[in-house]
Ligand binder design. Structure first.
Ligand code: LMR
Length: 325
């Protein structure tokens, strides 16, 4: 009798416990040793510490669960609870976030930070509401660099070369502006595409390039800092609003801590990755002279006008003004 009573108590407890635990699937496409990879793990650690027995966070890196093509759909359907796509990937849903893709818009990540923290920058996160999403935070990765199987010093060096781009029309226009042939492609496919020659080059941050081993299939990197890879941490609004106040508050704190860590380590991870790429066999990293850089700026500048109507001249102006601190 006593055994049965104990069993019944255990079963009741585990049933109750199972109901109470909120499982949060956080899916992303990059490696753990990147700013986003580290921040997602920090979020897990802090959320589970702040809400013991109440939440369990499962982090799925490297497109393991969902890749670029599917992660937003999965969030809309409730198959995952959190994602952090690069801002370029919202192109299909809102034109305004395309501002972040304009070439040579931001001088550095500090300018990006100032813009994102401003009222206008924070307001952009609400653009995602029409999709049934809530944008909870921006996370930095950093500035993009160009790479190929040959030196890219002047814009004409890119002519006729095929470049992988994220799913963004601004990025397509950016490469067309220098006579290159852009090709939209999911992140998980890029290494192989570079290896077999489906594309000749790509653009990404040092940490993304190094963690994907692009240095094995690209001989030349150019320090161009011509664009940005940053993220919006996004949740499904219905799911988020359905959480208890206590759980939502705990997750908000965990996210603030993960955001702080992300933004603290992003630059260092990128510089470490740059150093490792520089040490790789057969790889050259090119620095541009101010004149060479100015030629890239000039060649890509028409893209701003091309997208001014979609994005809004005021928004472009607000973002550009973040360069003057
Ligand atoms: C890419 O597709 O190049 C990046 O957006 C990947 C990422 O999430 O950093």
């Amino acid at each position: 009798m006593r055994f049965l009573a104990t069993m019944a108590a255990v079963l009741a407890l585990s049933a109750g416990g199972a109901q109470a635990v909120e499982t949060i699937k956080f899916s992303h496409v990059v490696a753990d040793n990147t700013p986003k990879g580290q921040a997602a793990l920090k979020f897990k650690e802090r959320a589970e510490a702040l809400l013991p027995g109440e939440v369990e966070v499962e982090v799925y890196p490297n497109s393991q669960l969902f890749g670029d093509a599917k992660e937003m759909e999965a969030l809309a359907l409730g198959d995952v609870q959190m994602i952090a796509p690069s801002l370029s990937k919202f192109d299909r849903f809102t034109k305004k976030l395309q501002v972040f893709d304009l070439p040579f818009l931001f001088d550095d990540i500090q300018a990006v930070d100032r813009f994102q923290s401003s009222e206008v920058g924070q307001g952009l996160l609400t653009e995602l509401e029409d999709m049934g999403f809530i944008g909870l935070a921006y996370w930095h990765n950093g500035m993009k660099q160009l790479s190929a199987k040959q030196p890219l010093i002047e814009p004409k060096d890119a002519e006729g070369l095929k470049f992988r781009v994220q799913n963004s029309d601004v990025l397509v226009a950016q490469f067309q502006a220098v006579g290159a042939v852009p090709q939209k492609m999911a992140f998980a496919e890029v290494y192989q595409a570079l290896q077999v020659g489906t594309v000749d080059g790509q653009e990404n941050t040092w940490s993304n390039s190094f963690s994907q081993k692009y240095q094995e299939v690209q001989s030349d990197f150019t320090i161009s800092n011509h664009g940005l890879v940053d993220y919006a941490v996004v949740v499904n609004a219905e799911w988020w609003n359905g959480l208890s106040d206590e759980v939502r508050a705990g997750l908000t704190t965990a996210l603030e801590e993960a955001t702080a860590l992300n933004n603290e380590i992003a630059e260092k991870l990128n510089q470490d990755a740059r150093a490792k790429i520089a040490e790789s066999n057969g790889v050259t990293i090119h620095e541009l002279t101010p004149e060479q850089r100015a030629a890239w700026v000039e060649a890509m500048q028409p893209v701003w006008k091309q997208f001014e109507e979609d994005i809004g001249a005021d928004l472009i102006e607000a973002a550009a003004s973040a360069n003057q601190s």
